[in-house]
Design a protein around this ligand. Structure first.
Ligand code: SF4
Length: 715
């Protein structure tokens, strides 16, 4: 059962609101006082009872003082009918006049699967535009593109438990100790049980993750393709290739190896170009070559790049040629950032994808989805990914935007331009659970959405595990679930029959049915198949226990691993080894902007702090925006440790407290992503970040922006 009751309180099994680890929580709730105490759910396969600082503070974030509790139109309180009528009327007017491409939805990996599904169905299936994208574009879209390029499908081949079974773990592009803390705790515990386990951390910074590293490779920012192309060449030269796997289950070997050899003729060259010690590089290559059970866990440091997809494929190439994939303790593991980034991928939450892992560019897929939805208004092609979308708003081509559960005025690159775009937008609707954000403040219509403690639906974590996030309280004030809000607008746009849902389970059943629709003769679509849940009862839904997909008659309890025996989702079922040439980051340091800005998360804050800032103890960790800089650079730029500095790039400025630290490489600085105008008016790091994107994934290069720095008041 998911719920137990005592005289004065009840305990409800739910999931954490924050990162993609997707920890299970036992929340003990007093509905009279709205008090919640949380403990890790010992039965949940993501965390087995563990929680990090953010998850364990969730009870401090459920108060109503910062909650948006009523709809508003142009600053005045309105009824739901008025607000929904206004949204539908304005969208319809703009669509009628300018076509469906003149409107857009921008959502979030915070949305539950049911919310995400309905939003995509409305925009792609009934409004008839691909213009629905999500902030997951900023965190893992390069992993999606890399998976599809190699496997033919967006399939994570391994599971968390493989990290505990491995003898070698490579953590690359991830400060896992802060960003996926419970997974990090699991690795640390596994290492204590397995003294032979080795851990390599690849990161330009020396982060807390390095505390457990046997080897830290502080590679030069952006040189990941060189590093892994060098590994591929090393594996071929040393005859560490799994010939049977390569010949039976892959294609493109010769071309991929030729490209790697071209890029990386000598070990010394790679070490030089990656700015690594040659001996350390050789140690890493030898460990990878000689360790059968090897997991490479990667995250935003790989994905957030103008060559993010190539970086992902450089990692996948090395695992594929050695057959280290989909096996116990062996495989690549893309760590997702947000609680339901994976659920978004399932429903086609990106502007470039379709529901149930179908794709616009594959003939017949859009028609298949259209048949399932019984619509003749299906979008004919992809929509605009996040950066392009807000450029189109800025240029006046997209005239109405509905932002749901995210804050693009802060989080997108070139954030000043995004903010200006939102100011120019003819009609901006924002659904959120809080009273103000930089984006919400600009909205014509504000719609109060249910918060974490009131939402009820499914989320999927990094390892493809679907869990039920359950409501702890009744809806606050006049707030409503996102799926309800979207469906009500859809009905007012004339799509009554297709959006006539009365409970989220109906949406989940439809989502599950679509995953198995007309796919019996199409192996390509069977990685994400949860059609066994298409008839799930409300009771089964309420009591649903965490399960990895696929969930079919063949795999009723899910499947932990893919691809040990090939069977990829390409037309000939073989994986693609991708020929890769190293490309330097798009914007290089210059005389005017000589330093490289890296950005990321802190241990105790989440995104733009709308919830974590409500927990006093979380604010103690790092209470204000700061810039980490090597003392040599600090002195060079005449900074004083602890004083305020102005950081400037070609795209904008911000101010931050200077922190001298040798954990930064000379020439690099680090700024956290969290602060907004509410918390620090001039501390928005998005104003600095360059808007260059990866050509395959559309993911921005948030880890490499040329900047300069000066003491406050120096200009
Ligand atoms: Fe929540 Fe992630 Fe922490 Fe788990 S690791 S408690 S999901 S923030």
């Amino acid at each position: 059962m998911s719920e137990s009751t005592q005289p004065s309180c009840k305990t409800i099994k739910t999931t954490c609101a924050y990162c993609g680890v997707g920890c299970g929580i036992n929340a003990t709730v007093n509905t009279d006082t709205r008090e919640v105490t949380v403990k890790g759910n010992e039965d949940h396969p993501a965390n087995f009872g563990r929680l990090c600082s953010k998850g364990s503070s969730l009870g401090e974030t459920v108060g109503l003082s910062t909650r948006l509790l009523d709809p508003q139109i142009n600053g005045r309180q309105a009824s739901w009918d008025e607000a929904l009528d206004e949204v539908a009327h304005k969208f319809k007017t703009i669509i009628d006049k300018h076509g469906p491409e003149a409107v857009a939805i921008y959502g979030s990996g915070q949305l539950l699967t049911e919310d995400y599904y309905v939003a995509n169905k409305l925009m792609k299936g009934f409004i008839g535009s691909g213009n629905i994208d999500t902030n997951s574009r900023l965190c893992m879209s390069s992993a999606v593109s890399g998976h599809k390029r190699a496997f033919g499908s967006d399939t994570v081949p391994n599971s968390y438990e493989d990290l505990e079974q491995a003898d070698l773990i490579i953590i690359t592009g991830s400060n896992m100790a802060w960003c996926h803390p419970v997974t990090f705790q699991r690795i640390r515990a596994a290492r204590e049980r397995n003294p032979n386990m080795k851990i390599v951390v690849i990161d330009p910074r020396r982060t807390d993750t390095c505390d457990i590293a046997d080897l830290h490779l502080p590679l030069a920012s952006g040189t990941d393709v060189l590093l892994f192309n060098g590994l591929l060449k090393f594996l071929v030269d040393g005859q560490y290739i799994d010939q049977n796997y390569v010949e039976s289950y892959t294609q493109g070997f010769e071309e991929a190896v030729a490209a790697a050899q071209d890029d990386c003729p000598y070990l010394g060259t790679i070490a030089n170009r990656c700015e690594l010690n040659e001996k350390d590089l050789l140690t890493f290559y030898n460990w990878f070559a000689e360790t059968e059970k090897t997991v490479t866990a990667y995250s935003q440091g790989v994905n957030q790049s103008s060559t993010g997809t190539d970086k992902v494929n450089a990692i996948l190439n090395c695992h594929l040629v050695t057959g280290k994939i989909g096996k116990i303790g062996s495989g690549p593991l893309s760590m997702t950032g947000q609680p339901n980034a994976m659920g978004g991928r399932e429903v086609g939450g990106l502007a470039t994808t379709l529901a149930a892992h179908m794709d616009f560019h594959i003939e017949g897929d859009a028609d298949r989805v259209a048949r399932f939805w019984k619509t003749d208004r299906m979008s004919k092609g992809v929509g605009l990914p996040a950066v392009d979308l807000f450029n189109a708003v800025y240029d006046g081509k997209v005239k109405a935007v509905w932002v749901i559960a995210t804050n693009p005025a802060v989080s997108l690159p070139n954030a000043n331009k995004v903010k200006e775009a939102l100011k120019r937008c003819e009609f901006l609707v924002v659904s959120d659970c809080v009273t103000n954000t930089d984006t919400l403040d600009l909205a014509h219509v504000k719609l109060p959405a249910a918060g974490w403690s009131e939402k009820d639906g499914m989320v999927t974590n990094t390892e493809r595990c679907i869990s039920h996030q359950r409501a702890l309280f009744p809806l606050a004030g006049n707030s409503k679930p996102d799926w309800w809000i979207i469906s009500e607008v859809a009905k007012r746009l004339g799509f009554e029959d297709a959006f006539n849902y009365s409970h989220q389970v109906e949406i989940f059943r439809e989502h599950a049915a679509l995953s198995g629709f007309e796919n019996s003769s199409d192996q390509r679509l069977r990685d994400f198949d949860i059609s066994l849940l298409a008839d799930i009862s409300e009771e089964q839904y309420n009591n649903f226990e965490p399960t990895q997909w696929p969930i079919t008659k063949e795999y009723p309890k899910g499947k932990a691993r893919f691809f040990a025996e090939g069977e990829f989702y390409t037309p000939n079922r073989k994986a693609n080894l991708v020929a890769l040439k190293y490309k330097a980051p798009a914007n290089q340091p210059s005389k005017e902007f000589p330093l490289v800005l890296n950005t990321g998360r802190l241990r105790d804050q989440w995104h733009t702090m709308t919830r974590t800032a409500l927990a006093p103890r979380l604010n103690l960790h790092r209470p204000e925006p700061f810039v980490d800089i090597h003392p040599d650079d600090g002195h060079k730029f005449k900074l004083t440790d602890g004083d305020i500095a102005k950081l400037s790039s070609q795209w904008g400025d911000m101010f931050a407290r200077v922190n001298f630290t040798a954990s930064q490489a000379v020439g690099d600085v680090f700024v956290p992503m969290h602060w907004t105008q509410q918390f620090a008016n001039h501390g928005r790091m998005g104003t600095l970040v360059n808007p260059i994107v990866d050509p395959f994934s559309g993911q921005p290069e948030s880890k490499h922006t040329p900047i300069t720095i000066a003491p406050f008041g120096a200009d």
